[in-house]
Design a protein around this ligand. Sequence first.
Ligand code: ZN
Length: 386
Amino acid sequence: MAINTDQLIADLSDMIRCPSVNTFGGPAAEGAMADLFETQLRALGLEIGAHEVGPGRRNVWGTLKGAGEGPTVLLAGHLDTVGVDGYQSPFEPTVKDGNIYGRGSCDMKAGLAAYLEVVRQLAKLKMPLAGDLIIAGVVDEEHAMAGSRHFGLQGPKIDYAIVAEPTELKICPVHKGQFLATLRANGLAAHSSMPQNGRNAVYHMGTVLNELQIYAQSLSKRQPDPMCGAPSFSVGVIRGGDNACSVPDFCEIDVDRRTIPGETTASVITELEGVLDAALAKEPELNIEIGTPFLDLPPLDTKTDTAVMMAMTSACKAVISDATVETFPGSTDGPNYKCPTVICGPGRLAQCHSLNEYVSISQIEDAVRIYVHAIQKMQSTTAKES
Ligand SMILES: [Zn+2]
């Protein structure tokens, strides 16, 4: 398969030049990138769809229509990137020694550029598709995954998805889920010269933290999932009080609970409530609540016998003679697509949030070959899975 490398590099360079740094709850940052991706999809003759996810934040996708009897396959990627503090020339794409450098090159504009080349290759092959192929760019993966969550709920119905997050072309059908929430202890403010008149929320949180540490240790000893390992828990942020001379009337922590297949949001909340009950037994004045999770992503748990796994295994064997199946170490948009999904893309995960981000061009080319092969496989079977 002759890849149009010049076009691939030009597409990816245009994307790197278009900043889309996620502001983590701040103003929208993906607007220009969504416009660019839409223009690129339109130039390929795809039917364009878009949804406003929030002010100035748009998911965009292009559909290559199939005959209607095959599965709908989604190639998805996120439009946003992580920040650029301390990064020299993050938005100037540079090609050197077979790599392309710049913020977002690896995570994951390379994947989006690969998808565009997939459409060109399918056109060249003149292969009619049994079902639709949808190429989507979604917002906000790096923060709250609002884009993929919206796409999974409101976007077109998908049968199988491939997400080109950097895996060095390893096949990743599973990863842990992620539950992020704020726990807030409420106290009573008083002048610190008369602390007996107040209820110190920071002290109360101290009791909670001790119990949470015991809980975190107990999770590491649980029966691990064969692919995902043991679940985990970590406290990442603490905020509380106002100044040294006041008894603090609040203390908050942000927690990160990584889940494994079989665990649910409800089971996690029940466990946390149990931990808070243990803290309450030690500190009767404790008044604490678990806030609405700001990320609530189930584990990705795609089975080996799904059509997308079989297609990707066959494709990786054919193209790179290596069909290694691994657990993806982080979390991705994948579970939000609510269908059997495989994470497999060019670039190294270790590279992606660094201050010298790059991706191997030959790996992007192989990714294109893998996706084309996998689409051909899936579109030759008309069996849909629910
Ligand atoms: Zn990513």
